[in-house]
Design a binder for this molecule. Structure first.
Ligand code: 5AD
Length: 414
């Protein structure tokens, strides 16, 4: 099974390599010893692995036909049908590369019925135009559900009465090996804020996983600058850290004893270390309104994330979750105001609707995550209800979906 296409190095410019994928050229960073003519895998714009020509040839042989087949399908699905709508004026502004004002963003977020369909298809068109048909597929290993925090919204908060687990170092490594065997080239290591895993332990784990030839992304919450710096040196190159809400009052209510400004400052510090940072927010937290959503979108953009990660707040008890249409409108709005961004379809969106993944990808998103945590633990990692999915089924369904939409599960779009 392939989750990535190897690229051929056609040029080296100090720490940058220019890769060729069937005629498409991409520039990526490399600290690997690569030379012109080598074949490599890149993730998040970074070379993560070098492979032999023989291995590359056999994989490229599979992709050669498929690559162009998928592009054609994406081309057909990515066409926008012209429509008479108040949105046309806003799209024209976007075309002229002008920034949208809050009122216009609100109009996008509030689009309903035919207007919403039009909005999603325009965003999908922009995704295709700017980033082609690539879709990143990350694997996620949820290695501990212990958490020292008590965030109001979270199912694994410290005070939650749930069965807790911690995967051993060896279990984490084995889970990563398994994911690599299945073809993953980017792995997210996620846990509650669990200080049981020291800087030393995490360093060992990261080093081993990095050496498997994958991009290691951390999602372990707030740690001190020194820890994050060390983990970067050991080989973690990406971090997922949402600010959750840009509304200071709500933030401080949701996260007792925490300050929004400290979270934002950590995100910036992580970027200064060199991490690729994925950030974003929850949609529909209690007391949030549409203006907060607009501010959340604008704050994420201001932070210049390498990937947007936002999703619906799944209420622990009530079934009254946020409407799917608003979630899709948010994806489309982000695509429109930040055309070249990577936008993740979160698992929480799939919890709202079984078609969430497909609709999200057709509304402007271009990135996915698949849970590769061993089943016995994945079932216990319940940030919210209804999260667990059988891994093998999920991989099969995701690949089927991507191919049916004409998307190549690759990192090409960066
Ligand atoms: N609904 C949706 N997302 C949640 N998260 C935590 N609890 C919930 C919930 N109830 C998200 C947070 C966190 C990420 C790891 O999981 O946004 O950043």
């Amino acid at each position: 099974m392939c989750y990535a296409i190897p690229g051929k190095v056609v040029e080296i410019r100090s720490h940058k390599a220019i890769l060729d994928y069937f005629g498409e050229r991409k520039t990526v960073f490399t600290d690997h010893n690569v030379k012109k003519g080598n074949y490599v895998y890149a993730q998040g714009g970074i070379v993560v692995n070098k492979i032999s020509k023989k291995e590359a040839d056999s994989i490229l042989c599979f992709w050669k036909r498929k690559f162009f087949e998928l592009k054609k399908r994406d081309e057909i699905l990515g066409k926008v049908k012209k429509r008479n709508s108040k949105l046309n004026k806003i799209f024209l502004k976007v075309k002229q590369k002008k920034s949208l004002v809050k009122k216009e963003i609100k109009t996008l977020l509030n689009a309903k019925k035919d207007d919403a369909v039009f909005l999603h298809s325009y965003a999908n068109f922009l995704r295709k135009k700017n980033l082609k048909n690539s879709c990143c597929v990350h694997g996620i290993i949820e290695f501990s559900n212990y958490c020292r925090m008590n965030c109001f919204y979270c199912g694994i908060k410290n005070s939650a009465k749930i069965k807790r687990y911690r995967m051993s170092e060896q279990e984490i490594i084995s889970a990563a090996e398994n994911a690599v065997k299945l073809g993953f080239k980017a792995l997210v290591l996620q846990s509650g804020e669990d200080l049981f895993y020291t800087k030393k332990m995490l360093s060992r784990i990261i080093k081993k996983i990095k050496n498997m030839g994958v991009l290691v992304c951390l999602s372990i919450g707030e740690r001190d600058f020194d820890t994050y710096k060390t983990l970067y040196k050991k080989g973690a190159k990406a971090v997922l850290l949402r600010f959750e809400t840009s509304n200071k009052k709500i933030y401080e209510k949701m996260k007792p004893k925490k300050k929004l400004k400290d979270r934002i400052s950590l995100i910036k510090k992580l970027q200064s270390i060199g991490y690729l940072v994925s950030t974003g927010f929850l949609i529909g937290l209690p007391k949030e309104n549409i203006n907060d959503l607009i501010d959340n979108i604008l704050l994420t953009k201001k932070l210049k994330p390498d990937m947007y990660s936002f999703g619906p707040f799944i209420r622990p008890k009530s079934k009254q979750n946020i409407e799917l249409n608003l979630l899709l409108n948010t994806i489309s709005t982000v695509r429109i105001i930040d055309k070249k961004s990577k936008i993740l379809v979160t698992t929480a969106l799939e919890t709202i609707s079984s078609k969430g993944k497909k609709l999200g990808l057709l509304a402007g998103a271009n990135s996915l995550m698949i849970d590769v945590t061993p089943k016995k633990y994945a079932k216990l990692y319940r940030l919210y209800k209804g999260k667990f999915k059988e891994m093998k089924e999920e991989i099969k369904n995701t690949l089927f979906l991507l191919y049916s939409l004409g998307r190549a599960p690759t990192d090409l779009g960066l």
